[in-house]
Design a binder for this molecule. Structure first.
Ligand SMILES: *Cc1c(COP(=O)(O)O)cnc(C)c1O
Length: 843
């Protein structure tokens, strides 16, 4: 059996003469089956002390990971040697979250080792599928923001861009979700329990981080006073590095994650005073900082530990960046912005602005103006949301307690900004000053972190065209008047490696055959499928792959939900964090409407559907948990109603995460992207699903607008109010009761939720959802968009019954999604924000 890497090499030779080719297509790692087999067996013996007769699947998984890691590390060492030797400019990506998922399958594909490893395992009597399933997800993020960071790392390495990601080495990632009687229950995610074969510890680069204490004024030898941050407690940051393999394995960058430890000196002083128990307790506190990821998506609650996490990881990362800079550039601080560019992923790392100023002014003794000039050249900030509840603010008293010197620095940044820049633009305008102030008046005063990030950066970007326009119009209106060139758009993207080649090998092979194997790093080549969209034989192949993917998902649904579903039914998918603005409850209203229609018109032909949900709710978000419970209860009744049969099934897959997404996405027919217009900044799930041939039903929100432009109006289902119409409706005074009274079907389904049909004997169990849509004022306008949504779903159902039409639309979606490769996004960041050039690493 020829390995596909050989096949790829052959194709590469043939294609090397093609004029449009950008890069040689070869993998840099030797895919030698015998070598891999030996390596796996050696690791089993020498790394894990196991023999083949007692080895479990997990042991084999680890042995394979170590064998792959060995091969990756050679390229990693080579890459870092070249970057250091050339003293290259680097991009530093600072993110509190990285939703990486599993690394083995992705590393195998990116390193060109997949087929060789599969062969080696077969020869050892093992099954690749089983072994890949052993790996726990690396779930160090909540949702889209953390997954974006992971896609960006993949693209940075693939494009040979010198870059390092920085984050926190959480001991517990996002909670594991279970359902008990339909209710979400959170369990700890102990992802490190059996070890992490991908991480490399770097104790030689540990960093000491001060916290708390107070500011005193000391005098230097010339009698000048200077601020001194004293009486601090020290934490230690210990780095763990995860290699990031680019596709083709030329560049291997890394992600550096900081674990917190209590400092030695600190403990000893307490020990010496005889406070043994106290010392151990303090040590435990020091080690809680990186213990757990906060499970909130798009809400911040101002908790002290969260602020400490943010500062801890920023201080460690900046210290590390400066250490690397000094090795080559000594004390020439003017060279710093030439060597360093830092991207802030949302405001979570915005305290970096104050920390860099503290280092430059207090430690390095630079003049304020010079330090500030350096700072603004270094930082760029990405905004991810307009939702007011998601905009980070820290209370001044809390900041005073945790970071007293940084608070002074932020006040000074603000004073100069208002008195110099705002004053110059709008002389004597106190209203403008209070609008633009980093400090929000009130009791207590609050620090607006989005404003700090904006004032301290040379670039502020939104994540989709519509989102960036709204940012400029609303949140940053006056900043945009002051600095119009600072604001720019970078529409999000997704890596086509994980979200097509790895997760949908059937479709990937079909695409290889039709457009050649280069599409994973040149996604626009998918356009070559357009001409086949009407071809009956190709449609059959394409839909045959979809069908096989649906069968595989049906097995998972059977195992995880205990529901048997028909793979010929439309798989109607909504997978994303549970949030009112994403409107899973609007989807629920459609389900209830369909159910009623099936009961009222049993002879009518309907497109059979399986409605599939995947979503975690933040543990403190009561209404989100109520929505999960309501969907689960409605599902139970519908799935057991013999009158319905295969016409409608509803399943809520527990524990939505990256590895589950990789199973659902290739099997989806319909992608639900139904947020209230103006609320979803971009979305990236919408891109993953469309790329894999799911048709979108969506509002004109976030990147849906750009997906529509790419796939064409005939190949997407758009419904509902636009941003402008939402604004008008609110301005005229929105009252959901008017829609309730005006639409009989809406009235029936809402009343039904208020009954005990779905919770026999408990008549008000589902009332919270109904109430939020009526008495609660329906803040996300489900009632207003209900009719348009139902009518649009009717058109979707009709389209699904026309098989050739549906197949053509699905193929055209895959063919036209090239724009949404994260490679395109990262090229734009590199060109427009970072001025960063690729540095090929060579053999
Ligand atoms: C892509 C992804 C998301 C983001 O989905 P949206 O629909 O854009 O909100 C969230 N969670 C996981 C696991 C993902 O893979």
């Amino acid at each position: 059996m020829p390995s596909s890497s050989k096949a790829i090499k052959k194709t590469a030779k043939k294609a090397a003469t093609a004029p449009a080719r950008k890069k040689a297509f070869n993998f840099n790692i030797d895919a030698d089956v015998e070598g891999l087999k030996t390596s796996i067996q050696n690791h089993l013996t020498y790394s894990m002390a196991r023999d083949t007769s007692t080895a479990t699947t997990r042991d084999w998984w680890l042995a394979l990971c170590y064998s792959v890691q060995d091969r990756i590390l050679h390229r990693y060492i080579k890459t870092q040697a070249v970057h250091n030797e050339k003293d290259t400019r680097r991009a530093y990506y600072l993110s509190l979250e990285y939703l990486m998922g599993r690394l083995l399958s992705n590393n195998l594909v990116n390193a060109g080792l997949f087929d060789a490893a599969k062969q080696a395992l077969t020869e050892l009597g093992l099954d690749m599928e089983d072994i890949l399933e052993e790996e726990p997800d690396m779930g160090l993020g909540n949702g889209g923001l953390g997954r974006l960071a992971a896609c960006f790392l993949d693209s940075l390495a693939t494009l040979d861009l010198p870059a390092i990601g920085y984050g926190i080495h959480y001991e517990f990632g996002l909670f594991r979700q279970e359902f008990i009687d339909g209710h979400q229950v959170e369990r700890p995610d102990n992802w490190l329990q059996f070890g992490n074969p991908w991480q490399v510890n770097r104790p030689e680069y540990q960093v000491s981080v001060p916290l708390y204490g107070h500011v005193e004024y000391h005098f230097d030898s010339k009698g000048d006073s200077y601020p001194a941050w004293v009486g601090t407690k020290e934490l230690i940051g210990l780095p763990w590095d995860i290699p990031i393999v680019g596709y083709g394995a030329r560049t291997v960058n890394f992600l550096r994650l900081w674990e917190s430890r209590a400092s030695q000196e600190f403990d000893f002083s307490v020990f010496n005073e005889g406070g043994y128990v106290e010392a151990v307790r303090e040590k435990a506190i020091g080690e809680t900082i990186s213990k757990v990821l906060y499970p909130n998506d798009k809400t911040e609650s101002g908790k002290e530990l969260r602020l400490v996490q943010q500062y801890f990881f920023c201080a460690c990362s900046l210290h590390d960046i400066i250490r690397r800079f000094r090795k080559q550039n000594h004390d020439n601080w003017d060279a710093f912005p030439e060597k360093v560019t830092v991207q802030l992923n949302d405001t979570h790392p915005a305290v970096s602005v104050a920390e860099l100023m503290r280092i430059l002014v207090d430690v390095e003794k630079l003049e304020w103006e010079r330090a500030w000039g350096i700072c603004r050249k270094v930082f760029a900030y990405t905004n991810h949301t307009l939702l007011p509840e998601a905009l980070e603010k820290w209370s001044v008293p809390l900041f005073q307690k945790v970071l007293p010197r940084h608070l002074q620095i932020i006040f000074e940044i603000n004073r100069r900004f208002l008195e110099e820049e705002v004053e110059a633009q709008w002389p004597s305008d106190d209203v403008k000053k209070s609008i633009l102030s980093i400090i929000e008046e009130g009791n207590p005063k609050q620090i607006r972190m989005a404003y700090l990030a904006t004032v301290g950066s040379h670039s502020v970007n939104g994540v989709a065209a519509l989102h960036t326009e709204l940012l400029k119009r609303d949140l940053f209106h006056d900043f945009n008047e002051l600095w119009p060139k600072k604001f720019n758009n970078k529409t999000n993207g997704i890596t086509p490696r994980r979200f097509l080649k790895v997760c949908n090998p059937g479709l990937a092979a079909l695409i290889d055959r039709e457009v050649g194997p280069e599409w994973p790093f040149d996604l626009d080549r998918l356009r070559g499928l357009e001409k086949l969209s009407g071809d009956a034989a190709f449609q059959q192949e394409y839909m045959g792959i979809k069908r096989a993917n649906k069968e595989r998902l049906a097995e998972i649904i059977d195992m995880d939900c205990g529901v048997t579903v028909n793979p010929d039914a439309m798989f109607d998918v909504q997978i994303k964090r549970l949030h009112e603005y994403k409107r899973q409850h609007l989807n629920l209203l459609h389900i209830l409407t369909l159910y009623r229609q099936i009961l009222h018109f049993p002879e009518k032909t309907v497109a059979p559907r399986v409605v599939i949900f995947g979503a975690k709710a933040a543990p403190g978000y009561e209404l989100a948990k109520d929505i999960i419970f309501t969907i689960n209860k409605v599902a139970e009744v519908i799935n057991n109603d013999a009158r319905v049969g295969d016409k409608l099934k509803v399943v809520f897959l527990p524990n939505y995460r990256v590895s589950l997404a990789e199973r659902i996405i290739p099997a989806a027919d319909l992608s639900e992207q139904i947020s209230t217009a103006g609320k979803e900044a971009s979305g990236t799930g919408n891109m993953k699903l469309a790329l894999n041939g799911a048709l979108t039903i969506g509002t004109l929100d976030g990147a849906n607008v750009e997906i529509k432009e790419e796939v064409g109006d005939d190949n997407i289902f758009i419904f509902g109010m636009t941003v402008e119409q939402v604004l008008e409706l609110r301005a005229s005074g929105y009252n959901p009761w008017n829609f309730y009274r005006g639409d009989e079907e809406l009235r029936h389904v809402l009343d039904w939720l208020g009954s005990d049909t779905f919770t026999p004997g408990q008549p008000y169990a589902l009332d919270p959802v109904r109430r939020s849509l009526l008495d609660g004022g329906d803040p996300f306008l489900c009632c207003a968009d209900f009719r348009a949504y139902i009518d649009c779903q009717q058109r979707v159902g009709e389209a699904y019954l026309d098989k050739p039409r549906w197949a053509k639309m699905a193929i055209l979606n895959t063919a036209r999604m090239g724009k949404f490769s994260s490679d395109r996004t990262i090229r734009e960041y590199a060109d427009d924000i970072w001025t960063l050039k690729p540095l090929p690493v060579g053999e």
